[in-house]
Design a protein around this ligand. Structure first.
Ligand code: AKB
Length: 316
């Protein structure tokens, strides 16, 4: 039976992934961890920069899999470069070393479309172009991908990874990323508040709905080992759109909803990233296929957020 540790379990992805893993493998087999404040699962306070603290938890629960989600995202990374390197890299090194030394069978590492930089084909960006990221976050993710491959090649550690596009979900809020606008905009629309977008109207980026992102993660981790041919990180695609297209879809429900544009430093980050992704390797190796497109994602987001705000009777 797998015993699974999730780091960064209180974050945007961590909140939803931990719940899904607990449903799938049983609450007793999931240990959620984060810097503070317990969530609804078996929980340990853990600063993953502390090797011994991580090791103690891995030994205490006889952990066999680690989903290492603790990270600082792209926009915050530009504000706190040294901290970002430590949080994104030192923690991953600790995870890899503890896994190697203490019989952890599988590790999941979240990479990102931020690994791509200015010298790529921005439409249908292939799996393996030259990676010259433009952000501290992207640099840390490229390094992480290479360490993942190194630990697999050198020690046989089964590290698996996905390059997430911007993740959109109703269950949790993102923090400090360049794609965050695509979540914030829904919260504003559902609350009948107009939205100021920090990216320009025509900035197209790859995105994925939370349900697809979580399913992809678990499908990759459950795929037979021999199928995993990419040992850096897999491109996956969901949908691609720009703020103007997203606004139009939201206006089908909220016809008076208005968006103004005030691009800031995140515009430059977005312009160095792909507009769409070629995910053929993921399709071939572990049958990846997204279920949500822009319309179905928006419909589901609005449905759940309306329900949430009505239930809590607390509007922004
Ligand atoms: C960010 O915007 O930094 C993240 C990402 C695409 O990795 N959502």
């Amino acid at each position: 039976m797998s015993k699974i540790l999730v780091t960064g379990a209180n974050g945007q992805l961590g909140t939803v992934l931990t719940k899904k893993l607990a449903e799938k493998y049983g609450e007793e087999n999931i240990i959620a961890s984060d810097l503070n404040s317990a969530n609804n699962h078996q929980f340990e306070i853990l600063d993953v920069t502390d090797f011994n603290a991580l090791k103690k938890i891995v030994l205490k629960y006889k952990i066999t899999q680690i989903y290492h989600l603790a990270a600082i995202l792209s926009a915050n990374g530009e504000k706190y470069p040294l901290n970002t390197w430590d949080i994104n890299m030192k923690t991953f090194f600790n995870v890899l070393e503890v896994a190697r030394l203490h019989q952890v069978e599988k590790v999941f590492f979240p990479s990102s479309i931020a690994v791509f930089g200015n010298n790529i084909e921005r439409i249908n960006t292939p799996q393996s172009p030259n990676l010259t990221p433009s952000t501290v976050y992207g640099i840390s993710k490229v390094a992480g991908e290479n360490w993942a491959k190194y630990y697999f090649d050198k020690y046989g550690l089964d590290v698996r990874s996905i390059r997430y596009p911007g993740v959109i979900g109703h269950q949790s809020l993102p923090g400090g990323g360049t794609t965050d606008y695509a979540v914030d905009i829904f919260h504003k629309a559902v609350n009948n508040v107009n939205f100021e977008c920090f990216l320009s109207a025509e900035t197209t980026l790859p995105m994925i709905y939370m349900d697809d992102a979580i399913r992809a993660t678990i499908e990759l981790m459950e795929a037979p080992k021999n199928n995993i041919k990419v040992r850096t990180s897999y491109n996956i695609a969901g949908m691609s759109f720009n703020p103007k297209q997203l606004t139009k879809v939201i206006q089908k429900t909220y016809s008076t909803f208005k968006v103004s544009y005030k691009p800031d430093f995140r515009q430059q980050i977005a312009e160095s990233w792909p507009m769409s992704i070629d995910d053929n390797n993921a399709k071939q190796d572990w049958n990846w296929a997204p279920k949500y497109n822009l319309e179905t994602m928006a419909e589901d987001m609005i449905h759940h957020l309306k329900e949430k705000y009505e239930k809590e009777n607390c509007f922004i």
